[in-house]
Design a protein around this ligand. Structure first.
Ligand code: WQD
Length: 341
């Protein structure tokens, strides 16, 4: 009987790509998602892409803060591990709406952990997102409420492990997911106005937005714009599969791994790479720095490469090639044009 993995937020961008890799890897995947920032169509498309493995996928529309619903699911099915993606993740939005981020990200995670413990499911992968670190050392800071929720989640997990070492927890810190499955059949489709760079760029390229606003051109970087560690979403999904496999290692307790490329790319460099991949000109408007933004962020990934036997394969050109393939085939994402916003 193949292992059964619960994937929270599995209808989302990273979640859907990870669910597909789980299915193709022979796992059974159970997706829970409240669909606040995702579409059930993504789940259906993952099922199609999975071919014969598609029958190993099931979906439940559940908000993690709905404890009775989550209890009912755990009572109906034994999970070998949980991959926890569900949460809000826009830096700029979190500065404007901190309580919404603390409620969604922290309460949802705490309820999940409580229900897992009650049902003896103590194998856990957490997407704890990115923070500003030196190498793999302890987190040094978070510059916005979104980052702070991830920092708090990481500390909650450490405390749980300290209280009960039968837990096996892997914390995955990653950076800026970009791109799409090479089929172009699944990809990033945020609701409303995109907060993140590349979904906004893709919407400019297909004519849904007139121009990209560049937040800050006075950073101490090569061209004055923010630098990030962009990683192909399929590389990221494969990193999660490597981490699920690592949970079988008896020596695992509560471990942290960075999933990145170790390279930094600026906003203007990403725009140029996307223009090359798409053949489209992206008009730019410059503006001041966005509250909560950091100047330069990229990852040290040697521990993941060593202990997870995982290394990112794709570079920025492939990310932009696949992002454009998705956007050009799905200019309005998963929803029909009449529901555009
Ligand atoms: C990147 C750069 C902006 C939009 C991400 C996400 C999420 C998380 C990692 C894991 C910055 C600039 C952006 C725009 C711009 N994943 N930008 N115009 O802020 O690094 O946050 O962290 O946790 O993927 O939360 O990503 O894409 O919002 O910004 O100039 O319209 O692009 O200033 O320099 P960020 P982002």
């Amino acid at each position: 009987m193949s292992s059964s993995i619960l994937v929270t937020g599995g209808a989302g961008y990273i979640g859907s790509h990870t669910v597909l890799q789980l299915l193709l890897g022979g796992y059974k995947a159970v997706v829970v998602d409240n669909l606040d920032n995702s579409s059930e169509i993504a789940v259906k498309r993952v099922q199609e892409l999975a071919g014969e493995h598609g029958s190993n996928l099931s979906f439940h529309k559940i908000d993690l803060r709905d404890k009775p619903a989550l209890e009912k699911l755990f009572a109906s099915e034994k999970f070998d591990a949980v991959i926890h993606f569900a949460g809000l993740k826009a830096v700029g939005e979190s500065v404007q709406k901190p309580l919404m981020y603390y409620d969604n990200n922290l309460i949802g995670t705490i309820v999940l952990l409580e229900v897992m413990a009650a049902h003896g499911c103590k194998n856990q992968l957490f997407m704890v997102g990115r923070r500003w670190y030196h190498a793999q050392r302890n987190p040094i800071s978070a510059t916005n409420p979104y980052g702070r929720t991830k920092l708090f989640i990481e500390e909650i997990c450490r405390d749980i492990y300290q209280s009960d070492s039968t837990w096996k927890i892997i914390l995955l810190r990653y950076f800026n997911p970009v791109g799409a499955h090479p089929s172009g059949y699944i990809g990033e489709d945020p609701r409303g106005i995109p907060n993140n760079l590349m979904p906004f760029v893709q919407q400019v390229a297909v004519g849904r937005r007139p121009a990209l606003t560049v937040f800050g051109t006075d950073y101490g970087t090569k061209d004055g714009t923010g630098v990030r560690d962009y990683i192909h979403v399929v590389d990221l999904a494969d990193g999660h599969i490597a981490a699920v496999n690592k949970l079988a290692d008896p020596s695992v307790g509560c471990e942290v791994y960075n999933l990145g490329t170790g390279k930094g790319t600026s906003v203007l460099e990403m725009v140029a790479a996307f223009e090359k991949a798409s053949g489209k000109k992206i008009p730019l408007v410059t503006a001041g720095r966005r509250p909560g933004d950091a100047e330069i962020v990229y990852a040290s990934t040697d521990k993941a490469e060593r202990e997870l036997n995982w290394k990112a394969k794709y570079g920025v050109d492939e990310m932009c090639r696949d992002q454009w393939n998705w956007a050009s085939k799905n200019p309005y994402g998963y929803e029909a044009p009449e529901s555009t916003n």
